[in-house]
Ligand binder design. Structure first.
Ligand SMILES: NC(=O)c1ccc[n+]([C@@H]2O[C@H](COP(=O)([O-])OP(=O)(O)OC[C@H]3O[C@@H](n4cnc5c(N)ncnc54)[C@H](OP(=O)(O)O)[C@@H]3O)[C@@H](O)[C@H]2O)c1
Length: 229
């Protein structure tokens, strides 16, 4: 993204912006002067709290409900976005989409049910594809899409086979979206975080899991201010 001065009139939509990494993206975007539309799924109060924090600091933010697995709701979500853009910003489009919402898996291949498989596909892959497809007409030419992947797309770790494979698939999708929307000068990129200590997949407290993750990273993991680095 560009420098702070250039960002004053820009708008970012962050899915899953109510907690964890998405919350951090939303708060930091607002600090740079961007208008923020963030989504929550099951916890409206968390979404509203992030929007209120941004507004309390002099920024502009709106929290909306979105279930990435519910593709049928995307048309209506697009209409909500259009309405919010008009009322809050007097615009008909926004600049940046961060596809951050995601769910985790900690189940070995032998125990992975078809139901869990479908859940992971719907939120982490199918939802990303169809939400982006639906929102592209609302993204300004020259805008940007960032798909949040994971280090687990790039190395294998027991218990996350479907999750890791879907993140790798999302990285593939990223290149295809970039190719097909290059004529509109829309950049599409992946960010693949390492282990971040959020409430992801049930959250904190699993020291064995952290040690296992640390062993897969050359410099290990240090806990710093709640963030595993
Ligand atoms: N944490 C890590 O170590 C790590 C590492 C690499 C990549 N990532 C990726 O980073 C992204 C964010 O992870 P996180 O750790 O910040 O997760 P998190 O703390 O569990 O937060 C998840 C966010 O996604 C929303 N969400 C959950 N299910 C959803 C659904 N079906 N539809 C729409 N939104 C939904 C949640 O909203 P509600 O609370 O309202 O349900 C929440 O805002 C994910 O894509 C994850 O794969 C995480």
């Amino acid at each position: 993204m560009m420098n702070t001065t250039d960002q004053q009139s820009k708008i970012v939509l962050v899915t899953g912006g109510s907690r964890g990494i998405g919350k951090s993206i939303a708060l930091n975007a607002a600090k740079r002067g961007l208008g923020v539309i963030l989504t929550y799924n099951s916890q409206p109060e968390q979404g509203q709290a992030v929007a209120d924090e941004i507004k309390g600091n002099g920024g502009k933010a709106v929290a909306l409900q979105l279930d990435s697995a519910d593709t049928q709701s995307f048309s209506n979500f697009g209409k909500q976005i259009l309405q919010v853009l008009g009322t809050e910003w007097g615009r008909e489009n926004f600049d940046y989409l961060v596809n951050n919402a995601g769910i985790a898996q900690r189940t070995l291949i032998k125990d992975t049910t078809e139901e869990l498989f479908d859940q992971l596909v719907n939120v982490n892959f199918k939802g990303v594809f169809f939400l982006t497809q639906k929102l592209l007409p609302l993204i300004a030419d020259g805008g940007q899409i960032i798909n949040i992947s994971s280090g687990l797309a790039r190395f294998a770790f027991p218990g996350v086979a479907v999750y890791g494979a879907l993140k790798a698939a999302t990285e593939g999708l990223t290149r295809y979206f970039a190719k097909e929307y290059a004529d509109r000068k829309i950049r599409v990129n992946t960010v693949a975080p390492g282990a971040i200590d959020t409430e992801f997949g049930g959250g904190k407290g699993d020291e064995d899991h952290k040690q296992q993750l640390a062993s897969a990273i050359a410099l290990g993991i240090e806990i710093a201010g709640g963030i595993m680095i």
